[in-house]
Design a protein. Structure first.
Length: 251
């Protein structure tokens, strides 16, 4: 073990925890790979401690110190990051908005056995709806000799903007703002839901078990009684030396 003690070990675990939790939405296999890596590393470290190294001297520690706050901060950052990744990079929110607001099933949802929210028919026309129009003639490519072989004029691209023939061409449509509002709402709900579940689990599982907490309080009480007895014995000895009468109760 080097002069920094367990600094490198803690740093390695914190980096692994950060990469695993912050980017888990982008790479879901990261926790599995981290688990396999830790299993192999634990066995190798156990082999080195048992067969290759001298027995290290134990050191008392109340907790892991500042590393607990770092892990807590990384956990909060991971929840926020994953909420933004899911809301912005995935098609879940645009599909949801189209399904409930602009699709064939908009305004016709029924609860119960006839609920159509997950029906593929409700997403009919979604791809065409998610593509906007662009007039290639506005670039002047035909005049310069480029793209002369193309016979089409309109180009489709993925965005929610007005077509060239609208009153406000290429500006964001109302559907774009609906999707943006839905994404922000998803981020807020996702964060509060995860933090609420985390707080509830932390409440159900206390940091110190009740039986251990009672034993700690009992130990503190016994130590306090020993201190009182020692102080009483010290005062009684002083009274004997000075010739004063000795009382058996606390003076």
């Amino acid at each position: 073990m080097n002069i920094h003690g367990l600094m490198d070990e803690y740093l390695e675990m914190v980096l692994q925890f950060g990469f695993t939790t912050i980017f888990v939405a982008a790479f879901p296999l990261a926790p599995l790979l981290a688990l396999l890596n830790n299993i192999i590393e634990i066995r190798l470290d156990a082999y080195k401690f048992v067969t290759q190294w001298r027995r290290p001297l134990p050191a008392r520690a109340t907790d892991i110190g500042i590393w607990y706050g770092i892990l807590e901060g990384i956990g909060i950052l991971a929840v926020i990051t994953n909420a933004f990744v899911i809301a912005i990079t995935s098609d879940y929110i645009p599909r949801f908005v189209y399904e409930y607001k602009y699709g064939p099933c908009a305004g016709h949802f029924e609860y119960g056995e006839k609920m159509l929210s997950f029906s593929s028919s409700c997403l009919k026309g979604y791809v065409n709806n998610s593509l906007s129009f662009f007039n290639l003639s506005e670039l002047g490519l035909g005049k310069s000799g480029y793209c002369s072989i193309f016979v089409f004029v309109d180009f489709r691209y993925r965005d929610y903007r007005g077509p060239p023939w609208s009153s406000k061409p290429y500006e964001f449509t109302l559907q774009y703002w609906h999707i943006l509002a839905a994404r922000l709402a998803f981020i807020i709900v996702f964060e509060h839901l995860v933090f609420g579940i985390k707080s509830f689990i932390a409440y159900l599982i206390p940091d110190v078990p009740k039986n251990l907490y009672d034993r700690i309080r009992r130990e503190k009480y016994l130590v306090q009684e020993m201190m009182y007895e020692a102080e009483l014995e010290h005062l009684q000895q002083q009274r004997r030396k000075s010739g004063h009468p000795v009382h058996h109760e606390w003076p």
